[in-house]
Write a protein that binds this ligand. Structure first.
Ligand code: ZN
Length: 92
């Protein structure tokens, strides 16, 4: 799995702030050899963020389908994963 770099995460400050506010709602939905999917709670609905090996990140929300750009849900998942990895590292 390839996480997004911090520049991509912070490229739109409004979306980044939204992601910060929802990152604690991130849950893993399913894991397979090549895919991992997450559930993220948006303003009023849940969204499905999927990482596919060799294809990268996508989301089922309107913003992503219209703009094809990284949305707050994808960023929220990435922020959450980064935190988890840092926690893990610090416990070693
Ligand atoms: Zn989204």
């Amino acid at each position: 799995m390839k996480l997004l770099d911090s520049e991509s995460l912070k490229s739109n400050i409004k979306i980044y702030n939204k992601a910060l506010s929802i990152k604690n709602t991130v849950k893993v939905e399913s894991i397979s050899l090549r895919n991992i999917s997450f559930i993220v709670k948006g303003d009023n609905t849940y969204h499905s963020v999927i990482y596919i090996e060799n294809k990268g990140w996508s989301c089922d929300c309107k913003y992503y389908s219209i703009h094809g750009r990284i949305c707050s849900h994808i960023i929220a998942v990435n922020l959450r994963l980064r935190e988890s990895l840092l926690c893990y590292k610090n416990k070693e």
